[in-house]
Ligand binder design. Structure first.
Ligand SMILES: Nc1ncnc2c1ncn2[C@@H]1O[C@H](COP(=O)(O)OP(=O)(O)OP(=O)(O)O)[C@@H](O)[C@H]1O
Length: 258
């Protein structure tokens, strides 16, 4: 049985005057521990599909199954990480990380210890009592990742989590997040506009076309690049030709060529 199964999804946004056909006939399967990325032109439905996978939007047609059962936004199956960290400025880093567990009434001493272990692993030792304003953007995104991981989601949904960061911080964070997710064997879906980032982090890349949003092509990342750290991938000889392949396909799409 597939771990995550997206089955014949169609989605239309209706407003009093218009109907936007955002997604048409999307089907894909994701294995446990796999990392996949969604890329494609602006407006091709990447975020809509991520929200449907999260169980936040009910699709007009089709279904999303996790281990054969419909996904639910309430059962804490999915962890979301977004472009902005959305940390509460009036709460300390520790309080921000543990808030979700507190709300779910599942905060334990073990979880608190785990939070501090994760802070240390991600290079944030000693910031538990600090406030978000005292941390850099890259540090806050690491806190956001810990806040997501601490609730033990089955799948991580990453919606352009690095796009607000400077280039150097983004490269460092890619490495750190990749290593952390792989060590936990987490399944992840990343939405990005950065082809390099998609190649560096994924096992598989789904290229979407727009109007309506649909799967245009699926690229399997070359085996020699898989499992390498993102920074190493970007410097590997197999990287440029693979990048070119995807780039050309994306350009064709945007210029309207088949
Ligand atoms: N809440 C909404 N109501 C109506 N239309 C929407 C809504 N959200 C998205 N859309 C439309 O659905 C289509 C897909 O949007 P979506 O944000 O999913 O695309 P995207 O690929 O994530 O875009 P981008 O790369 O620019 O972030 C677009 O035409 C968009 O205008």
């Amino acid at each position: 049985m597939d771990f995550l199964s997206v089955d014949s999804i169609h989605h239309t946004y209706f407003s009093p005057k218009t109907a936007t056909n955002a997604l048409a006939n999307i089907s894909l399967n994701v294995n446990e521990g796999e990392f996949i990325s969604f890329i494609g032109p602006s407006g091709c439905g990447k975020t809509t599909l991520l929200s449907i996978i999260a169980g936040l939007i009910k699709p007009t047609e089709g279904k999303v199954l996790l281990n054969g059962r419909p996904v639910s936004s309430e059962k804490n199956q999915m962890g979301y990480m977004l472009q902005q960290d959305y940390l509460f400025p009036w709460k300390t880093i520790e309080e921000n990380i543990l808030l979700g567990l507190r709300i779910m009434d599942s905060l334990t001493e073990e979880k608190k210890t785990e939070a501090y272990e994760l802070l240390e692993e991600l290079g944030l030792k000693g910031v538990g009592a600090s406030y978000p304003r005292e941390l850099s953007g890259g540090m806050r995104q690491r806190v956001a990742l810990i806040r997501t991981l601490i609730t033990e989601p089955k799948i991580l949904l990453l919606d352009e989590p690095f796009s607000a960061l400077d280039y150097q911080t983004k490269l460092k964070l890619e490495d750190l997040i990749f290593t952390t997710l792989k060590s936990l064997n987490k399944t992840a879906v990343l939405v990005t506009h950065d082809i390099g980032e998609a190649i560096a982090m994924s096992d598989r890349i789904i290229l979407f076309a727009s109007n309506p949003g649909r799967v245009h092509r699926v690229f399997e990342v070359p085996p020699e690049l898989k499992g390498l750290k993102p920074f190493t991938v970007r410097n590997h000889e197999a990287y440029p030709p693979f990048f070119q392949n995807i780039w050309k396909e994306l350009e064709n799409l945007e210029s309207g060529n088949p």
